[in-house]
Design a binder for this molecule. Sequence first.
Ligand code: ZN
Length: 140
Amino acid sequence: MSLRDDLYKEVILDHFENPRNYGILEPCTFHEKGMNPLCGDELEIFLRMENDTINEITFNGKGCSISQSSGSMMTELVKGKSKEEAYEILKKFKKAILEDSNEVFSEDEGDLEALLGVKKYPVRVKCAVLAWNTLEQLLK
Ligand code: ZN
């Protein structure tokens, strides 16, 4: 195992064990539940929009470390962003993990690179995109 793989594992584990923005948001403007039956992951996202900005976002759920750490990273990144900005991050991440492209992530988005390690495993890719697909449903 390379040093980079080790680092990635640590990033994922950190988000899994200390999830950011974890819990139920009340009151919220929107919420949406996503599931990945292949792995048994469940994830619910709560959103509070003000004008066009994601003022508050939390997630709640259970499942593997990939799905839950992805939820943690996602909420951390889109919180405080406009709907459009959140969409940009979402598209970038999905492109990076679903297609054979080399997306460039900013320093803020750096943790996302850790998730790209699962690219070779189709089942795990579904775990990694669950939070993002659920967010996409909400932003639509
Ligand atoms: Zn999973």
